[in-house]
Design a binder for this molecule. Structure first.
Ligand code: C5P
Length: 226
């Protein structure tokens, strides 16, 4: 069973994906962490972020691993734990270059499909999971929230990253909304067959309950997952 959760940054995808997966007893995949890991590698290597061939070569080296655990994923790049580093503003600011690379996207979608194949069932979240990576997913969600709510959530997640303010995080999110939606390669689009959930006024548990209700309605899980 493949369940996709797509939507803009800060809509609550990662936490809901993790909690929904735990309730269903299946693994979850945070595909944003993959784009972020390659961003860290590119910054480490001083690669020109507009050099498509260099970015594709870097992604093809496949030097990062995601350790999928109960309480979240850990991201390991070249033996170094970069789980916290991938959430910094520096990485936020540079990830759009990586996400805009057709070569990187092709390789990462291949990696996402290989992970799904290996694991069988998956809750996977990102920008293109229902549209490009898993067009035949069993159920697709598209989660949104208003910009002020998303900025507050993202600031809390930055864990005291120096210099991050509500205004800077909000501007960064607005800019990423724009680049994610306007980029020519795999822009953020709502899959036509997705179920919309506005999380602005909902708690994480409220979102998970809403998703479980849809899964039950679709006959994908039984009443025991209540
Ligand atoms: O979800 P998160 O904010 O961690 O994603 C980081 C960035 O990676 C996003 O701004 C987006 O540009 C990109 N991304 C993507 N496709 C995905 C997941 C993330 O383009 N499937």
């Amino acid at each position: 069973m493949i369940i996709t959760i797509d939507g803009p940054a800060g809509a609550g995808k990662t936490t809901t994906a993790r909690k929904l997966a735990a309730r269903l007893g299946v693994p979850y995949l945070d595909t944003g962490a993959m784009y972020r890991a390659i961003t860290v590698a590119a910054l480490d290597d001083g690669i020109d972020l507009t050099d498509e061939a260099a970015l594709t070569r870097l992604a093809a080296q496949d030097e990062f691993n995601l350790e999928l655990g109960e309480d979240g994923i850990r991201v390991i790049l070249r033996g170094r734990d970069i789980t916290d580093e991938i959430r910094t503003m520096r990485v936020n600011d540079h990830t759009p270059y990586i996400a805009g690379s057709p070569g990187v996207r092709k390789l990462l979608i291949g990696k996402q499909r290989a992970i799904a194949e290996q694991l069988g069932s998956l809750v996977t979240e990102g920008r293109d999971q229902g549209s490009a990576a898993f067009p035949h997913a069993d159920l697709k969600f598209f989660v949104t929230a208003n910009l002020p709510t998303r900025a507050k959530r993202r600031l809390a997640e930055l864990r005291g990253d120096e210099g991050a303010t509500l205004a800077s995080v909000r501007d960064n999110l607005a800019e990423r909304d724009r680049t994610d939606s306007e980029r020519p390669v795999a822009p953020l689009v709502r899959p036509p067959d997705a179920i919309d959930i506005d999380t602005s006024a909902l708690s994480i548990d409220g979102v998970v309950e809403a998703m479980l209700a849809h899964l039950r309605e679709a006959g994908l899980v039984g009443a025991e997952s209540s």
